[in-house]
Write a protein that binds this ligand. Structure first.
Ligand code: ATP
Length: 325
């Protein structure tokens, strides 16, 4: 058992629904084990600027259901430099922080990995990103809420698409990863899905429009931001050029995908990994991300968690093809 007295807790990178549930879980379980918690505002920015405060049981009351993050988040360039990280470490020492829990995505864990190798401070991470693009966990905190937000929005777009006989290109988040597009495309009954991992997405869509059933009056296409065609407006332009008889529209869902009340799945995931993070620090874990794989808590070194080799299941793309007959 490692004697930890004061955990520094921060959220960093893009916000994700369920981060507050994770904050609550870390604070309450630390207090349960007689460990103090210091909240660090705006991630690495607050570490570098010494923007921290003591947290207690009440600082996390009534937040389990709230989107965003009460600790705020930011991107911090100073932390990318050795001088910035030295400042951060000195501020942690000033506040008697002897361990860290980081909630964020791959950038957050890249920073944590470098920091944990430079300085002797145990750090564990919780996967908080709507992108679900981390290794070492089946799902990340925020993903389930984000995909449900997308599906609800696309259902609404479908109503108007159907009424006006339109073809809609709906852009969802995912510059480097099609994981949001893939699941929501299936759930929303998309005609086609364009994702960064598939370089034949645009060609496949054109083929489908050329050779597929002609009697459909409305169609929904889901495109991740990093699709192979260069964005939803470019897809719209190409489709309109080739098929001028389609009444084509583009809809960018944007930041609504990051907000809102976390779903039950996200709250439970956040609560489980939050408790497990505090227990992991007590058990001597460091430089690891805590996730859930096959319903069991898992521990993955930061350098493996941030590897971008999440495989896109061809099976998922096949399902879209079969079901959009
Ligand atoms: P999301 O996946 O939701 O965007 P993220 O955690 O990947 O979240 P980033 O903006 O990539 O978000 O990273 C968050 C912060 O982590 C950066 O602003 C920076 O302070 C720190 N960070 C990222 N990469 C490094 C690095 N190579 N060295 C030091 N710090 C880094």
């Amino acid at each position: 058992m490692t004697q930890i007295k004061n955990i520094g807790l921060y959220t960093s990178g893009g916000d994700a629904p369920g981060m507050n549930a994770a904050i609550r879980a870390v604070v309450r379980s630390a207090l349960y084990y007689d460990i103090e918690v210091t909240g660090i505002l705006r991630g690495y920015e607050g570490m570098v600027r010494n923007d921290m405060f003591k947290m207690n049981r009440k600082s996390v009351s009534n937040i389990v259901q709230r989107g965003g993050t009460i600790l705020k988040t930011a991107r911090c360039d100073a932390f990318r430099t050795p001088e910035g990280r030295k400042l951060a470490y000195d501020n942690l020492k000033k506040n008697n922080i002897d361990a860290l829990v980081a909630i964020g995505g791959d950038g957050t864990f890249t920073g944590a990995k470098i920091f944990g190798h430079e300085y002797d401070i145990p750090i564990v991470g919780l996967p908080g990103t709507i992108d679900n693009d981390l290794m070492g966990t089946d799902f990340t905190i925020g993903y389930d809420t984000a995909i449900n937000t997308v599906v609800n929005a696309v259902d609404k777009i479908r109503d108007t698409a159907e009424s006006h006989d339109r073809l809609f290109i709906v852009e969802v988040m995912g510059r480097d990863s099609g994981l949001i597009a893939l699941r929501t495309g299936i759930a929303a009954g998309a005609e086609a899905i364009l994702i960064p991992e598939n370089k034949n997405g645009m060609a496949g869509l054109l083929d489908r429009l050329e050779n597929g059933r002609k009697d459909k009056t409305s169609r929904i296409v889901i495109a991740a931001e990093g699709d192979d065609a260069g964005g939803a407006f470019e897809i719209g332009r190409i489709v309109t050029e080739r098929f001028p008889h389609y009444d084509t529209r583009v809809s960018i869902l944007g930041h609504i995908q990051r907000g809102g009340k976390p779903t039950c799945m996200d709250r439970v995931l956040a609560s489980r990994v939050g408790v497990a993070a505090v227990e992991a620090l007590r058990d001597g874990h460091r430089n690891e991300m805590i996730g859930v794989i096959h319903n069991e808590i898992s521990y993955t070194p930061f350098e493996h968690a941030i590897k971008h080799d999440h495989e896109i299941s061809n099976n998922f793309l096949k399902i879209v093809e079969i079901l959009s007959l």
